[in-house]
Design a protein around this ligand. Structure first.
Ligand code: GTP
Length: 314
């Protein structure tokens, strides 16, 4: 090589080095035979706080990883490298101050003529901003999902949630041969309530009823939902007819005790509920809709028989 060629090469090397070390991505190289860092860009110190000189071996890289990420990232990168496959991995890198930063490591495997790895070269990218945005989006999605299953006025579960849950409970009850009960509850003379107090007060009243009924839920398996209008439904897995009947009366009692005035009509000029109950150990020929339909028709019997009562047969 002539002196001129040597000078050009040296100059080129300087240009490449400057370029590599002025990017936001952090370049690095590991010799496969020794598993030692041959190079790491000085930008690493700004990002993680560890000096370039402190990156000596693959072990340093693994040690500076979140414990939850370490095993899978290490095993994944080693197996991909052994197989000569370029790859990338996202993980939380430990900063010198003890915090973690999300990194995307993009790795190219330089291979010998026989295909075995010779070196790994790659870039580390700071993806913490992207991860924060992803997390925010996920949280928003979770919140939206939760909201979409909630009744906007009363905050209890809505019909959509009921439809999703009832099929599940139905199958569970059928498979376990356990009774499933449903209680359909309806406010008495609610039209008169609205007429007397106004629609806004009617809304407040629905909220008070929902609050009073919320106390009835015994475990995460019971589900109280607003079915629509002034109708609420209680779905009770693993509950026989007697227990369901008792719970229905307890619902009426809870609303009685809430002492919601109903000047227009009603018992003692208080707001009351009526309820219809149905219980079934679901069998092959049974279906969800008729099961609820029976409870609904019993509710209307309760209304016909004078309201403020529970009907569980007929
Ligand atoms: N304020 C308010 N009223 C509602 C809401 N949804 C339904 N309603 C009212 O609830 C009333 C239901 O009336 P009806 O179905 O005649 O029943 P009721 O007056 O309670 O009579 P019975 O059920 O036979 O005792 C209607 O006046 C609806 O406008 C709501 O979200 N807010």
């Amino acid at each position: 090589m002539t002196t001129t060629e040597q000078a050009i090469l040296t100059e080129d090397f300087g240009v490449y080095k400057t370029l590599l070390e002025s990017t936001r991505a952090i370049p690095w190289k590991i010799d496969w035979a020794t598993l030692r860092f041959a190079y790491i860009g000085p930008q690493i110190e700004e990002l993680l706080g560890w000096s370039p000189q402190s990156w000596q071996t693959v072990q340093d890289w693994a040690d500076r990883m979140h414990p939850e990420d370490r095993e899978w990232v290490f095993n994944f990168c080693v197996s991909q490298s052994q197989a000569g496959i370029d790859h990338e991995a996202d993980y939380r890198a430990l900063r010198k101050d003890g915090e973690f930063t999300w990194i995307r490591d993009v790795v190219h495997v330089v291979r010998n003529d026989d295909g075995t790895p010779n070196a790994l070269i790659g870039f580390m990218f700071d993806i913490s901003e992207r991860k924060r945005t992803e997390e925010k989006l996920l949280n928003m999605q979770r919140e939206l999902e939760e909201l979409s299953f909630k009744d906007g006025l009363t905050g209890v579960a809505n019909r959509r949630r009921f439809d999703a849950v009832v099929d599940l409970r139905w199958r569970e009850a059928r498979d376990a041969r356990q009774p499933l009960s449903v209680v359909v509850l309806d406010i008495d003379y609610f039209k008169q309530y609205n007429d007397h107090y106004g629609h806004l007060e009617g809304d407040e009243c629905l909220k008070r009823v929902a609050r009073a009924l919320a106390g009835i839920v015994r475990s995460g398996d019971d589900l109280l939902c607003r079915f629509g209008g002034e109708e609420f439904v209680l779905l009770l897995p693993n509950t026989d007819a007697a227990a369901a009947m008792a719970l229905a009366w307890r619902c009426l009692d809870l609303v009685d005790k809430a002492l919601i005035p109903h000047a227009g009509v009603g018992h003692d000029k208080r707001l009351t509920l009526s309820a219809g109950v149905n219980t079934l150990v679901p069998g092959e020929g049974d279906a969800v809709l008729p099961f609820i339909g029976v409870a609904d028709s019993r509710l209307y019997k309760a209304k016909e028989r004078g309201r403020h009562r529970v009907v569980a047969e007929g």
